[in-house]
Design a protein around this ligand. Structure first.
Ligand SMILES: [Zn+2]
Ligand SMILES: [Zn+2]
Length: 292
């Protein structure tokens, strides 16, 4: 176990800006140049595409259900082994540890559109999309991490974040390798490792950029958050961002049955099987939070 002081140091030192820049540059360059070049010169197999799709869904839901609705907003409760599974899946998305991600996100809600908002959309599309990653200002969110540090599962994932990331990159290589040797191992790594990471990163970024710039505000105009069903198609339901900012602890982002929100469907399915409980819902009419 670490003391709170040690935990604070660990949080501050997780991925300094130059490491983030280097990793982000490598992933972006490889995804935009290497992935299509390999596709044209060698080609991808059905195994590569299947792994791309599977890992897009698994790591995407790891972020939306695990990092976002479970850890950041406590919109439901689940057994530790389910939480661990979500935090491993979320870790594979290369979006930092759940501790750091959720601390940033809680600050986003607490100071939306203000200087302290890490992805402040008032500073323009690129800052809110990914420019904020390279800003030193993001290392000042200790007070938003206090509650998170009480959770041993979150601290476990924070401590073993690097091995979790490496296992997520090794997985597509090993699947490809077992199907077609070294060449296919590399191909599967490129498409389902690098290409998928880039795709999931940008789908998450769109919530902070697109969903604070374009879309409707049917629930509240208190901040710049907007609903975008289009972004929901790419982000497992997170595009209903105006509803989410208005009722942030609701386990649903799209509250209507016809809203495309696979994250809420997964949480509800877990509830049906007894693997999730205390699902929090807001009554839009009354503004109350209740538990399912
Ligand atoms: Zn937001
Ligand atoms: Zn949120």
């Amino acid at each position: 176990m670490t003391t709170p002081a040690e935990s604070a140091i660990r949080l501050n030192r997780t991925f300094p800006v130059y490491v983030t820049m280097f990793l982000f540059g490598i992933v972006t360059l490889s995804a935009l140049v290497g992935v299509p070049a390999y596709g044209m010169l060698v080609g991808y197999t059905w195994v590569d595409w299947t792994m791309f799709g599977l890992l897009y869904v698994i790591t995407g839901l790891g972020i939306t259900v695990g990092y976002h609705r479970l850890i950041s907003h406590r919109s439901f409760v689940c057994p530790n082994w389910v939480k661990i599974a979500f935090l491993i899946a979320g870790g594979w998305a290369l979006q930092n540890s759940a501790l750091k991600w959720a601390a940033d996100h809680i600050r986003h809600h607490a100071a939306c559109d203000q200087d302290a908002d890490p992805y402040n959309a008032q500073r323009g599309f690129w800052h809110s999309h990914c420019g904020w990653l390279f800003s030193d200002e993001r290392y000042s969110d200790e007070k938003y991490a206090t509650r998170l540090k009480q959770d041993p599962v979150i601290m476990w994932q924070h401590r073993y974040y690097v091995p979790i990331v490496l296992s997520g990159l090794a997985l597509p290589f090993l699947i490809g390798f077992s199907h077609g040797g070294w060449m296919e191992g590399f191909g599967c790594f490129m498409l389902a490792g690098v290409g998928r990471t880039f795709a999931v990163l940008n789908s998450t970024f769109c919530i902070n950029s697109v969903c604070h710039l374009w879309g409707n505000q049917p629930h509240s105009q208190a901040d710049s958050s907007r609903d975008s069903w289009l972004v929901s198609l790419l982000t497992f339901g997170e595009g209903y961002h105006n509803y989410h900012h208005t009722y942030q602890s609701d386990y649903r982002n799209g509250p209507r049955w016809y809203n495309f929100d696979p994250s809420k469907w997964l949480i509800f399915t877990l509830w049906l099987f007894g693997l999730a409980w205390s699902l929090r819902t807001a009554s839009a009419a009354e503004g109350k939070i209740s538990n399912l």
